[in-house]
Write a protein that binds this ligand. Structure first.
Ligand code: FPP
Length: 235
């Protein structure tokens, strides 16, 4: 478990792209475009501020239900991002990994994800984890199925099922749990994000919309986190 106030892992729900655009009389797509630029700035800022893991919610399993035009635009942005990001990741020594139901994404996107994971596997400054087609309940059910299968086949005795074993069956295997969850845009929900992993995380909600979120906002939230006392259920 993480030491009090140690900030290794920040998870972010990047919300408010649509509202940012609508308030300016622009199409929602332009909010997402600006949001993708902010992803790059915040990744760089987090690495500079010594954060070891940054997990971003880029597309949820529920987001597939948005209009076909919006889904298609988000996929276009994602392709552009995956194509352009290697130099940036290399310059900043950032390792990338993806969590989510990959099989639901187009094959070329899956391939780019695999390639980027391989190409950045040795970088150690920070791990950028992008949640794509991700849903935490789905992740938990898939872990339960894997465990049930292993118990059924006799590979795992029932008594061996514990918190560590379960954590290792999740997409986030090997990553520490987030110390801090940030959600932008004023909404106060976790929207099927990292339900297991957020058990002891501190939550920070800001009214700032994701396209307006700056490294300075991040810095302020990090400073605020340092003043919090984490007790993990102890007195
Ligand atoms: C929430 O805004 C944001 C999303 C559903 C997607 C997040 C995507 C990005 C930041 C850009 C693409 C990311 C990458 C990694 C290339 P919303 O549309 O729900 O906003 P609203 O609540 O104001 O409608």
């Amino acid at each position: 478990m993480t030491k009090d106030n140690e900030l290794k892992h920040i998870a972010i729900i990047m919300d408010g792209n649509g509202r940012w655009a609508t308030r300016r009389g622009l199409p929602r797509s332009l909010g997402h475009k600006k949001g993708a630029e902010v992803v790059k700035n915040i990744t760089r800022a987090a690495a500079e501020q010594g954060i070891q893991y940054l997990t971003l919610y880029a597309f949820s399993t529920e987001n597939w239900q948005r209009s076909p035009e919006e889904v298609s635009y988000l996929m276009t942005l994602l392709r552009e991002y995956l194509k352009s990001d290697l130099t940036e990741l290399r310059d900043n020594q950032v390792r990338i990994r993806f969590i989510g139901e990959r099989y639901m994404l187009a094959e070329d996107i899956q391939q780019m994800m695999c390639d980027l994971e391989e190409e950045t596997a040795d970088f150690t400054k920070m791990t950028l984890c992008i949640a794509l087609s991700y849903g935490s309940r789905q992740e938990i059910i898939s872990a339960v199925k894997k465990i049930a299968q292993s118990v059924k086949s006799g590979d795992i005795p029932l008594e061996d099922i514990d918190i560590n074993l379960f954590s290792d069956m999740l997409y986030t295997k090997g990553m520490p749990d987030p110390d801090l969850l940030i959600r932008t845009s004023g909404e106060k929900r976790i929207s099927n994000y990292l339900l297991w992993q957020l058990a002891y995380s501190e939550f920070e909600f800001t009214d700032v919309l994701w396209p307006d979120f700056t490294p300075e906002h991040l810095h302020q939230i990090i400073e605020n986190f340092k003043t919090r006392e984490r007790r993990y259920g102890k007195v």
